[in-house]
Design a protein around this ligand. Sequence first.
Ligand code: CUA
Length: 669
Amino acid sequence: MRRAGVWMVLAAVAALAAAPRTGAAPAGPAPEPRAEAVPVDREITILARQYGYTPHRFTVDRGDRVRLRLASVDVVHGFYLEGHDLEAEVRPGAHGFRLRRPGGDGFEDVTEVVFTAGRPGKYRYRCSVTCGTLHPFMQGEMVVRPNTPYRAGVVGAATIGLGLVAALFWPARRRRGRRPSDGPPDAPQAPDTAPRRPWRLDLLERFPWLDRLVRRRWFQVSLVAPCAVILFFFLIAGLFGSPIGNRNIIVTIVWIFWWFLLITLLVPFGGRAWCTVCPIPFAGEWLARRRLVGVRPAAERSKTLREGSLNRRWPKALSGTWLPNLLFLAMCSVSTILVTRPALTALVLALMVAAATLVHAVYRRRSFCRYLCPLNAWMSLYAMTAMVEVRSRDPEVCTTCRTRSCVRGTDGAWRCPWLEIPFQLERNNYCGLCMECVKACPNRNLTVKARPFCSDVGIHRTDEAWMAFIMITLVAAYSVTLLGPWTLVRQWANVTEVGDWGGFALHVALVWLTALAVVPGIWYLASRLGRRLAEGVRPAPAADRVPLGEVFVRTSYLLVPLGLMAWIAFSLPLILVNYTHITSSLSDPLGWGWNLFGTADLHWAPLWPEWIPYVQIPLLLAGLAITFRRGVGIARELFPGRRAAARGLLPHAAVCLAITVVLLRLFVG
Ligand code: CUA
């Protein structure tokens, strides 16, 4: 047992040891790390080109005087240094550049700008002049040593790791020592071994107005229809509006605003609440049902298009989320192009609407949403974290229920469109919160409950486990291409403009290989090691062993809280840095020179960019802590015995700790 604990301590110490080294790694023009940081003058010349800077990263010490010169090699670029009240416009071929203090007013022509490096940390410099497709992601990094926020983050992660080890091993030993003298043998169990019943709040009981609202037939359509109108307008904007991403509302709203809203609010608080309002299957569902508001039970028995839908069963071989997993991965492989090309975004959305309509015509109910929609893959995964759930109030009532209206439908409610069995729901994964079962139940036994964050912990399927691997890989990959300083990777990803198909193929191959093989491979090894550690000195007889596949799949849940928090940390700079694109494009949605609300010409300025790391680090650490907390519960279900569970969890915990450190490095290191 002690040997097993050493694993975790070693991992934590390794992470600690890595902190100062990586934090102080000399990069860019800094010649060598100095032991004593005596402030010196640093002359740095930065070349701007589509879409990056050379050097892409440079390091200075706190107190250094930085003499910065700027030049452009192709078109007019900007240079906005976070946290330094410094913005410049750089023209190709010009001697010097135009400098502006965002806090002050007006531009002045200068040949260099001098400032003193102040508060330690990582500051990004970004292009502030729209210079082409990938302009919003043109950036580099200045690190002011010592990078205290990053080090604090790594120390924090290591401390959480040590805390886990302490929580796993220490109390067990203490209790064992106390047991003989403590109380009668039939004393109640220690509170941490008895499964605690987590709180639930029946929202429909607590808020009668909500209850009345969700029981209205028009509830869902009144949410979906406006979204459908907006989607239609976005498609027009995408096809006929400005081809420049950050000037077209389809890009600014869908990829910046919607994405942020989804990942930070809708999913963690509402689960699949997006699916309740999603306009993509709107047309298909309408055609299949032939009703917008009312219910037509005949629609579900129809076998011809004239009556509604062919209502076929989705092929079994294609069910599960493998297809959405791969479609999502494919969509993400081209996402750098997708999020910067309005017409392509419109095309993809239109294709999804067409596919949904077609699937509704042929297959029963929401087969598209469950088996084809690429968003379903990660929505189903992260909906497990949501703080709401649709569940039965009293399971007893459902066992004696004769009507099974939630499954069969009634004259006043459709049967579950999501092909679920509502009264047996135990996880949020495939519940689209459409409220049909709430309406259908004659006993008023189905309701919406609020609950603690990350309450569903049961991943039981390989396809779901792989989604967890895919999502954790993608957040790291996106942090490299969209938030990182590396121009080359962006060139590869921006293949349709640059034409480096070899680089693009390499980039895609790396992401696919990592998501589908490397991360799962590491997880498999961790599972093997974990099971071995849990068994103790001698391997258990084959019959008593927990199946390795079960360990692998169940523990993959550990990547869910961590992954969601990482996605939130990733999305935060996206909106804080680009929010003026949203306000501008609201006034001029098509990029045609309109100014509806007077915000079209707002000068681009990021919001509190220098404070982003101080939110990202706590988010990642919170993700790690929740991961460990849920991991303990999962390990106790997998491996009988408290100590076995503790040892079995260690390898996966170490992997999660390593992932956290990698993400910290990408975000703030
Ligand atoms: Cu360079 Cu915008």
